[in-house]
Design a protein around this ligand. Structure first.
Ligand SMILES: Nc1ncnc2c1ncn2[C@@H]1O[C@H](COP(=O)(O)OP(=O)(O)OP(=O)(O)O)[C@@H](O)[C@H]1O
Length: 331
């Protein structure tokens, strides 16, 4: 049984034009110790999926799903307190631009100590607990590779470089000893060496501590290097899902193929100065969503059937939702 199991998650947002499905029957699962990448262009709904998992959705929006389970328990059927307990103790999130996501008015020591859950404090007296908080904070900083813990803990976020802030965010996310870490574009805007350090850190945490990771990113090269599986999202719909090897070797959905072909660093076979291929047009806005398969107006393989939502098909752990998939004569 997957640790996180989402089937047909739909999120409707009220806009001045009426209700629109920002997420339309999205499916996603994560097993213990798995690194799953969630890929899709800007505006495809990746952050909305993250927010739905951690329950950070405004109450007026409508969230429905055939299944949205955490370790077999229905997340949507839980009370607010039960939901918060899971997101506090078992699922942690790190965001892009860590320095902006941290509290600018508190030192990093105050912030990390505040996020240590009480069950990690075993000592009885308040001065012993204070020392224990500091010890845990230092231990977590060392775990993510921050050696100068004194400088880090006494600083404010704006006084430190972005990579230290991101490592600090990871340390802060780890204090509750989570089972799942959701990393929402953790390396966006970072230069290559810093990016590699963060990716190595996440991989090490996965290997040594069995931490599952949902890695939300546009960076296909990073994804191919660290993830086991990937789910491709287009405009709020899951278009393809499978192991990295399967998807890379034989993408079945035209959008996945276009996404892989448009990444020069991902294509070692590409001769220098070759023109890059990309899909015409842009992702539609929520006010102008096409019916059926939302890739339809941009898809080179679209036909009349595409105005109907394609069913999701599964072949050996590889799934896709397309009426006219690649490499298959008849769906
Ligand atoms: N609070 C909101 N109110 C209205 N629409 C929203 C809100 N948040 C997101 N959206 C819309 O939902 C869609 C998906 O947004 P989301 O932020 O999940 O995309 P994303 O894939 O995470 O993009 P990026 O990679 O740029 O972060 C977009 O069309 C966005 O405009």
């Amino acid at each position: 049984m997957p640790m996180l199991d989402i089937k047909n998650l739909t999120l409707e947002i009220d806009t001045p034009m009426g209700w629109v499905s920002a997420l339309d029957k999205v499916s996603l699962s994560i097993d213990t110790s798995e690194i799953r990448a969630l890929v899709g262009e800007s505006g495809s709904g990746k952050s909305l999926i993250v927010k739905s998992i951690v329950g950070a959705i405004p109450e007026r929006w409508r969230v429905t799903a055939d299944r949205m389970n955490w370790k077999g328990n229905d997340l949507l059927g839980m009370s607010g307190n039960q939901r918060r307990a899971i997101t506090r103790n078992e699922i942690s999130v790190i965001l892009q631009n860590a320095s902006a996501a941290l509290d600018p008015s508190a030192t990093l020591r105050e912030q990390i100590e505040e996020s240590i859950p009480s069950y990690r404090l075993t000592k009885g007296w308040f001065w012993q607990r204070r020392q224990q908080r500091l010890d845990i904070a230092i231990q977590e900083l060392h775990r993510v590779g921050i050696r100068d813990h004194n400088l880090c803990l006494s600083s404010y976020a704006h006084q430190l470089p972005e990579d230290i802030c991101q490592k600090f965010s990871i340390a802060m996310a780890l204090v509750s000893k989570p089972k799942l870490l959701i990393a929402d574009n953790p390396t966006v805007g970072m230069e290559t060496t810093t990016k590699v350090q963060i990716l190595k850190l996440l991989t090490k945490l996965n290997k040594t501590q069995g931490l599952s990771v949902l890695f939300v990113s546009h960076d296909l090269l990073a994804i191919a290097a660290m993830a086991n599986t990937m789910t491709v999202l287009y405009c709020g719909q899951t278009v393809e899902s499978g192991s990295i090897e399967q998807v890379k070797r034989r993408p079945l959905h035209p959008y996945t193929k276009a996404l892989l072909d448009s990444a020069p660093s991902f294509r070692r076979d590409l001769p220098p100065k070759s023109p890059l291929s990309c899909l015409d047009g842009t992702i539609p806005t929520l006010q102008h969503l096409p019916i059926g398969c939302r890739l339809g107006p941009r898809c080179p393989r679209a036909q009349r059937e595409c105005v109907k939502m394609p069913a999701t098909r599964h072949i050996h752990g590889h799934s896709y939702a397309c009426h006219f998939p690649l490499h298959r004569d008849k769906p």
